[in-house]
Design a protein around this ligand. Structure first.
Ligand code: SF4
Ligand code: F3S
Length: 106
């Protein structure tokens, strides 16, 4: 499955959800996750993300591996999102800031 990683936090552009053919994205307050049991590995979402935050689980950078279980866990409790919505006003300021996990709102 594909996995949303650190750089989505506080960016949350939501371009990814528009292309997903199986509605695999789930929305928290400042982050999205993919339900690995729904994702069909089509890879369509990867180039849509302005934050380059989406990776296949088999190719995920070593320092992002903990996001695999986090996507699984949070997708079970957050609501599905299928339509683009405006990004946070300061999204561009957070794009590229490393290690935002402590800023994740659950
Ligand atoms: Fe959806 Fe395809 Fe991205 Fe999986 S890889 S979340 S199926 S768009
Ligand atoms: Fe996040 Fe990128 Fe989607 S920032 S909301 S994974 S477009």
């Amino acid at each position: 499955a594909f996995v949303v990683t650190d750089n989505c936090i506080k960016c949350k552009y939501t371009d990814c959800v528009e292309v997903c053919p199986v509605d695999a994205f789930f929305e928290g307050p400042n982050f999205l996750v993919i339900d690995p049991s729904i994702c069909i590995d089509c890879a369509l979402c990867v180039p849509e993300c302005p934050a380059e935050a989406i990776y296949q689980d088999t190719e995920i950078p070593d320092d992002q591996v903990h996001y695999i279980s986090l996507n699984d866990e949070l997708s079970q409790k957050w609501p599905v999102i299928t339509e683009l919505k405006p990004a946070p006003q300061d999204a561009d300021e957070w794009n590229g800031v490393p290690d935002k996990l402590h800023l994740l709102d659950k």
